[in-house]
Design a protein around this ligand. Structure first.
Ligand code: SAM
Length: 216
Protein backbone atom coordinates (compact mmCIF):
# COMPACT_ATOMS: atom_id res chain seq x y z
CA UNK A 1 0.00 0.00 0.00
CA UNK A 2 1.40 3.38 -1.00
CA UNK A 3 0.92 6.83 0.41
CA UNK A 4 -0.57 7.86 -2.95
CA UNK A 5 -3.28 5.21 -2.56
CA UNK A 6 -4.00 6.33 1.02
CA UNK A 7 -4.34 9.91 -0.29
CA UNK A 8 -6.70 8.77 -3.07
CA UNK A 9 -8.92 7.00 -0.53
CA UNK A 10 -8.97 10.18 1.58
CA UNK A 11 -10.01 12.16 -1.52
CA UNK A 12 -12.70 9.61 -2.40
CA UNK A 13 -14.37 9.88 1.00
CA UNK A 14 -13.78 13.64 1.21
CA UNK A 15 -15.74 14.08 -2.02
CA UNK A 16 -18.66 12.12 -0.58
CA UNK A 17 -18.63 13.20 3.06
CA UNK A 18 -16.82 16.54 3.21
CA UNK A 19 -17.94 18.60 0.21
CA UNK A 20 -16.05 21.79 -0.63
CA UNK A 21 -16.49 24.30 2.17
CA UNK A 22 -15.70 27.88 1.09
CA UNK A 23 -14.73 29.00 4.60
CA UNK A 24 -12.50 26.06 5.49
CA UNK A 25 -10.95 26.11 2.02
CA UNK A 26 -10.30 29.86 2.31
CA UNK A 27 -8.69 29.34 5.74
CA UNK A 28 -6.28 26.81 4.25
CA UNK A 29 -5.58 29.06 1.26
CA UNK A 30 -4.86 32.05 3.53
CA UNK A 31 -2.55 29.89 5.67
CA UNK A 32 -0.64 28.73 2.60
CA UNK A 33 -0.47 32.27 1.17
CA UNK A 34 1.03 33.47 4.47
CA UNK A 35 3.69 30.75 4.30
CA UNK A 36 2.40 28.63 7.19
CA UNK A 37 3.50 24.98 7.08
CA UNK A 38 0.80 22.55 5.91
CA UNK A 39 0.79 20.68 9.23
CA UNK A 40 -2.91 21.18 9.90
CA UNK A 41 -5.14 18.15 10.33
CA UNK A 42 -6.56 16.66 7.13
CA UNK A 43 -10.23 17.43 6.30
CA UNK A 44 -11.41 13.96 7.39
CA UNK A 45 -9.49 14.36 10.67
CA UNK A 46 -10.97 17.84 11.18
CA UNK A 47 -14.41 16.38 10.66
CA UNK A 48 -13.62 13.56 13.08
CA UNK A 49 -12.71 16.15 15.75
CA UNK A 50 -15.93 18.02 14.96
CA UNK A 51 -18.03 14.86 15.27
CA UNK A 52 -16.32 13.76 18.49
CA UNK A 53 -16.92 17.18 20.06
CA UNK A 54 -20.58 16.95 19.07
CA UNK A 55 -20.85 13.35 20.30
CA UNK A 56 -19.76 14.40 23.76
CA UNK A 57 -21.94 17.54 23.73
CA UNK A 58 -18.93 19.80 24.26
CA UNK A 59 -19.73 23.35 25.35
CA UNK A 60 -16.15 24.39 26.20
CA UNK A 61 -13.19 23.25 24.12
CA UNK A 62 -9.47 23.79 24.72
CA UNK A 63 -7.05 23.52 21.80
CA UNK A 64 -3.27 23.62 22.27
CA UNK A 65 -1.63 24.49 18.92
CA UNK A 66 -3.70 26.71 16.60
CA UNK A 67 -1.52 27.20 13.48
CA UNK A 68 -3.90 28.92 10.99
CA UNK A 69 -7.02 27.83 12.94
CA UNK A 70 -8.08 25.07 10.54
CA UNK A 71 -8.78 22.52 13.30
CA UNK A 72 -10.08 25.42 15.42
CA UNK A 73 -12.80 26.14 12.87
CA UNK A 74 -13.84 22.48 12.66
CA UNK A 75 -14.06 22.28 16.46
CA UNK A 76 -15.75 25.67 16.95
CA UNK A 77 -18.49 24.65 14.53
CA UNK A 78 -19.36 21.78 16.89
CA UNK A 79 -20.25 24.19 19.70
CA UNK A 80 -23.67 25.52 20.63
CA UNK A 81 -24.25 29.27 20.17
CA UNK A 82 -23.18 29.98 23.76
CA UNK A 83 -20.16 27.65 23.61
CA UNK A 84 -16.52 28.68 23.89
CA UNK A 85 -13.27 27.52 22.37
CA UNK A 86 -9.94 28.60 23.83
CA UNK A 87 -6.96 28.06 21.54
CA UNK A 88 -3.26 28.57 22.37
CA UNK A 89 -0.59 29.56 19.83
CA UNK A 90 3.03 30.57 20.47
CA UNK A 91 4.01 31.87 17.02
CA UNK A 92 2.81 35.46 16.40
CA UNK A 93 2.77 34.94 12.62
CA UNK A 94 0.54 31.87 13.00
CA UNK A 95 -1.68 33.68 15.50
CA UNK A 96 -2.17 36.59 13.08
CA UNK A 97 -3.36 34.30 10.29
CA UNK A 98 -5.51 32.33 12.74
CA UNK A 99 -7.24 35.49 14.02
CA UNK A 100 -8.05 36.56 10.47
CA UNK A 101 -9.40 33.09 9.63
CA UNK A 102 -11.51 32.96 12.79
CA UNK A 103 -13.00 36.38 11.98
CA UNK A 104 -13.55 35.40 8.34
CA UNK A 105 -15.50 32.34 9.59
CA UNK A 106 -17.64 34.57 11.83
CA UNK A 107 -16.43 32.67 14.89
CA UNK A 108 -14.62 35.45 16.75
CA UNK A 109 -17.44 35.59 19.29
CA UNK A 110 -16.89 31.93 20.15
CA UNK A 111 -13.11 31.49 19.85
CA UNK A 112 -10.59 33.12 22.18
CA UNK A 113 -7.00 32.88 20.93
CA UNK A 114 -4.19 33.31 23.48
CA UNK A 115 -0.87 34.19 21.90
CA UNK A 116 2.15 32.91 23.81
CA UNK A 117 3.72 29.66 24.98
CA UNK A 118 0.98 27.27 26.03
CA UNK A 119 2.77 26.39 29.27
CA UNK A 120 2.63 30.08 30.24
CA UNK A 121 -1.06 30.44 29.34
CA UNK A 122 -2.41 27.18 30.75
CA UNK A 123 -2.02 28.21 34.43
CA UNK A 124 -4.19 31.29 33.71
CA UNK A 125 -7.15 29.28 32.34
CA UNK A 126 -10.21 28.23 34.27
CA UNK A 127 -11.80 24.83 33.64
CA UNK A 128 -13.59 22.68 33.20
CA UNK A 129 -13.28 22.06 29.48
CA UNK A 130 -15.36 19.26 27.97
CA UNK A 131 -12.95 18.51 25.13
CA UNK A 132 -9.21 19.11 24.77
CA UNK A 133 -7.22 18.82 21.54
CA UNK A 134 -3.42 18.70 22.06
CA UNK A 135 -1.54 19.48 18.83
CA UNK A 136 1.44 21.77 19.56
CA UNK A 137 5.15 21.11 20.26
CA UNK A 138 5.32 17.36 20.81
CA UNK A 139 8.09 17.24 23.47
CA UNK A 140 5.65 19.03 25.81
CA UNK A 141 2.88 16.44 25.38
CA UNK A 142 3.22 15.03 28.93
CA UNK A 143 3.01 18.56 30.40
CA UNK A 144 0.03 19.44 28.21
CA UNK A 145 -1.73 16.24 29.21
CA UNK A 146 -1.11 16.99 32.89
CA UNK A 147 -2.68 20.43 32.38
CA UNK A 148 -5.58 18.91 30.46
CA UNK A 149 -6.25 16.71 33.49
CA UNK A 150 -6.33 19.78 35.74
CA UNK A 151 -8.69 21.62 33.40
CA UNK A 152 -11.25 18.89 32.70
CA UNK A 153 -13.98 16.96 34.57
CA UNK A 154 -15.10 13.31 34.62
CA UNK A 155 -16.41 12.53 31.12
CA UNK A 156 -14.22 15.08 29.34
CA UNK A 157 -12.41 13.89 26.22
CA UNK A 158 -8.70 14.51 25.54
CA UNK A 159 -7.15 13.92 22.09
CA UNK A 160 -3.40 14.01 21.43
CA UNK A 161 -2.40 14.17 17.77
CA UNK A 162 0.61 12.74 15.89
CA UNK A 163 1.54 9.92 18.24
CA UNK A 164 2.71 7.36 15.65
CA UNK A 165 4.97 9.33 13.26
CA UNK A 166 5.61 6.61 10.68
CA UNK A 167 6.14 4.10 13.48
CA UNK A 168 9.01 6.10 15.03
CA UNK A 169 7.15 5.89 18.34
CA UNK A 170 8.70 2.43 18.76
CA UNK A 171 12.24 3.86 18.75
CA UNK A 172 13.53 4.61 22.28
CA UNK A 173 16.36 6.67 20.72
CA UNK A 174 14.13 8.77 18.45
CA UNK A 175 14.02 12.57 18.33
CA UNK A 176 12.56 14.75 21.11
CA UNK A 177 9.09 14.98 19.59
CA UNK A 178 8.82 11.19 19.64
CA UNK A 179 10.17 11.07 23.18
CA UNK A 180 7.28 13.36 24.15
CA UNK A 181 4.84 10.73 22.94
CA UNK A 182 6.73 7.88 24.61
CA UNK A 183 6.80 9.72 27.95
CA UNK A 184 3.09 10.41 27.59
CA UNK A 185 2.40 6.71 26.93
CA UNK A 186 4.40 5.79 30.05
CA UNK A 187 2.47 8.37 32.04
CA UNK A 188 -0.88 7.04 30.82
CA UNK A 189 0.11 3.47 31.70
CA UNK A 190 -0.11 4.38 35.39
CA UNK A 191 -2.63 7.23 35.29
CA UNK A 192 -5.85 6.14 37.03
CA UNK A 193 -7.71 9.37 36.18
CA UNK A 194 -8.18 8.49 32.49
CA UNK A 195 -9.07 5.58 30.27
CA UNK A 196 -7.15 5.85 27.00
CA UNK A 197 -6.47 4.17 23.69
CA UNK A 198 -4.32 4.95 20.64
CA UNK A 199 -5.32 4.60 17.00
CA UNK A 200 -3.08 4.49 13.93
CA UNK A 201 -4.22 6.37 10.84
CA UNK A 202 -3.12 6.46 7.19
CA UNK A 203 -4.12 8.98 4.53
CA UNK A 204 -2.99 12.05 2.64
CA UNK A 205 -0.95 13.06 5.69
CA UNK A 206 0.91 9.73 5.77
CA UNK A 207 1.05 7.22 8.63
CA UNK A 208 0.33 8.64 12.04
CA UNK A 209 -2.30 8.39 14.77
CA UNK A 210 -3.80 9.85 17.89
CA UNK A 211 -4.43 9.08 21.54
CA UNK A 212 -8.02 9.32 22.74
CA UNK A 213 -8.63 9.54 26.48
CA UNK A 214 -11.76 9.95 28.58
CA UNK A 215 -11.45 11.39 32.09
CA UNK A 216 -12.79 8.89 34.66
N1 SAM B 1 -4.09 22.22 15.25
C1 SAM B 1 -3.62 22.86 14.02
C2 SAM B 1 -4.48 22.36 12.86
O1 SAM B 1 -4.68 21.15 12.76
O2 SAM B 1 -4.93 23.20 12.06
C3 SAM B 1 -2.17 22.52 13.75
C4 SAM B 1 -1.24 22.89 14.85
S1 SAM B 1 0.44 22.73 14.37
C5 SAM B 1 0.64 20.99 14.22
C6 SAM B 1 1.28 23.08 15.86
C7 SAM B 1 1.19 24.54 16.29
O3 SAM B 1 1.64 24.62 17.64
C8 SAM B 1 2.06 25.49 15.47
O4 SAM B 1 1.31 26.56 14.98
C9 SAM B 1 3.10 25.96 16.47
O5 SAM B 1 3.51 27.31 16.27
C10 SAM B 1 2.35 25.82 17.78
N2 SAM B 1 3.23 25.72 18.94
C11 SAM B 1 4.49 25.19 19.00
N3 SAM B 1 4.98 25.30 20.23
C12 SAM B 1 4.03 25.90 20.98
C13 SAM B 1 3.93 26.28 22.34
N4 SAM B 1 4.96 26.07 23.18
N5 SAM B 1 2.80 26.86 22.76
C14 SAM B 1 1.76 27.07 21.91
N6 SAM B 1 1.79 26.74 20.61
C15 SAM B 1 2.91 26.16 20.15
Amino acid sequence: MSKALWADVDSYFAAALMPADPILDAALAASAAAGLPAINVAPNQGKLLHLMARMCGARRILEIGTLGAYSTLWLARALPADGQLVTLEADPAHAKVARANIAMAGLDGVVRLHEGKALDTLPTLRGPFDFVFIDADKPSNPDYFAWALKLTRPGSVIIVDNVVRDGKVLDPEAEAKVQGVRRLAEMLATEPRVSATALQTVGGKGWDGFILAVVN
